[in-house]
Design a protein around this ligand. Structure first.
Ligand code: TYM
Length: 331
């Protein structure tokens, strides 16, 4: 049995990218492995949420995890800030994380570009906190989307560096994982290659979106004038629509539109209509469960408490041992 861990930053509603990149894999793995799934609320502080937003966002992710089928009786489902041992390990790992490597991280460079007035130290050391999240439970597999690949590589670097520095074989190097397949990236509806929480309006379809909202977003998705010659390569925006279809539609539907594209008879209006209905069929049961869980605060409280206790047990053991390895000793 392996230890599997993954987390999602609590900065807003979850979208199809989060579901297919990460959550779907958690759900498939929870019955066979020792699984930890958490809500990365310390990480969300890099964008300075108000206290009210902070709490509501954590609640929303918890509700969406449960709605998607994470079973808190089987897996350890917890809120990051309920496990302060993570913050201590983060501090300790920071001493061996270097400016140069952190500055070279692609997500840091992207954030520095997109929020030039708020390039805080938390953003720079984001991968260190993420490494602490993972190695504190000695996780070996981390189900994530393709965008997190570099962070996982950095987690391996920090784990390995700790081992070498103290001449121990203590931390295990974790790998990014997608249930045996390549890591995936669900594209946005705005023609960009990534669906994301903080991208432009209309980029993402959220799991909690009402059918009418989904129809509007999909019908407005970027497309083009259509192929002029048979079998011509697809423009990025069209490739995106097909890639979203691949996760929500049947093989027959995909083949129908692939054939129509290749013989130049495709009508993107029809394709988008079908895509919207397939997304709605997929999200409707989720949305119904989201509404149910959101109104059950007693249950959410119970789940968070149970998860925090289980996660702290494992995390405090690691921090105790790490302190010993580093040389902190009681008088
Ligand atoms: P976050 O919150 O940006 O995304 C959560 C998960 O969703 C995946 N994802 C996608 N997958 C495919 N296509 C997309 N368009 C797409 N958008 C998002 C992400 O790859 C991720 O798996 N740093 C992490 C949160 C985190 C974490 C961790 C993850 C903190 N500590 C430890 C794993 C282990 C993040 O910001 O993910």
């Amino acid at each position: 049995m392996e230890t599997v861990l993954s987390g999602i930053r609590s900065t807003g509603n979850l979208h199809l990218g989060n579901y297919f990149g990460a959550i779907r894999n958690f759900i498939r793995m929870q019955h066979e492995h020792n699984c930890y799934f958490f809500i990365a609320d310390y990480h969300s502080l890099t964008t300075h949420p108000t206290p009210e937003n902070l709490h509501n966002n954590v609640k929303q992710v918890l509700v969406e995890y449960l709605a998607a089928g994470l079973d808190p009786e089987i897996a350890t489902l917890y809120v990051q800030s309920d496990v302060p041992e993570v913050a201590e390990l983060y501090l300790l790992l920071n001493m061996n994380a270097y400016m140069g490597e952190l500055e070279r991280c692609t997500t840091f460079k992207d954030k520095a570009r997109s929020q030039p007035n708020n390039i805080n130290a938390g953003l720079l050391t984001y991968p260190v906190l993420m490494a602490a999240d993972i190695i504190i439970h000695k996780a070996t597999k981390v189900p994530v989307g393709k965008d997190q690949e570099q962070h996982l590589e950095m987690a391996r670097t920090f784990a390995n560096r700790f081992n070498r520095l103290y001449n121990v074989n203590y931390f295990i190097e974790p790998v990014a994982y997608n249930f045996g397949d390549d890591l995936i990236k669900i594209p946005g509806l705005d023609g960009s290659t990534k669906m994301g929480k903080s991208e432009s309006e209309g980029n993402a379809v959220f799991l909690a979106d009402e059918p009418e909202v989904i129809r509007k977003k999909v019908m407005r998705a970027v497309s083009d004038a259509g192929p002029q010659t048979p079998n011509q390569p697809k423009a990025q925006s069209i490739e995106n629509l097909f890639n979203i279809m691949k996760v929500v539609s049947t093989k027959d539907t995909i083949k129908h539109f692939e054939d129509a594209y290749n013989n130049c008879t495709i009508r993107y209006g029809d394709m988008k209509k079908q895509l919207a209905e397939d997304i709605i069929a997929f999200t409707t049961p989720l949305r119904e469960k989201i509404l149910e869980f959101a109104s059950d605060n007693e249950y959410l409280k119970k789940v968070a408490k149970m998860g925090a206790e289980k996660a702290r047990e494992s995390a405090s053991k690691t921090v105790r041992e790490v302190r010993e390895i580093i040389g902190f000793k009681p008088f």
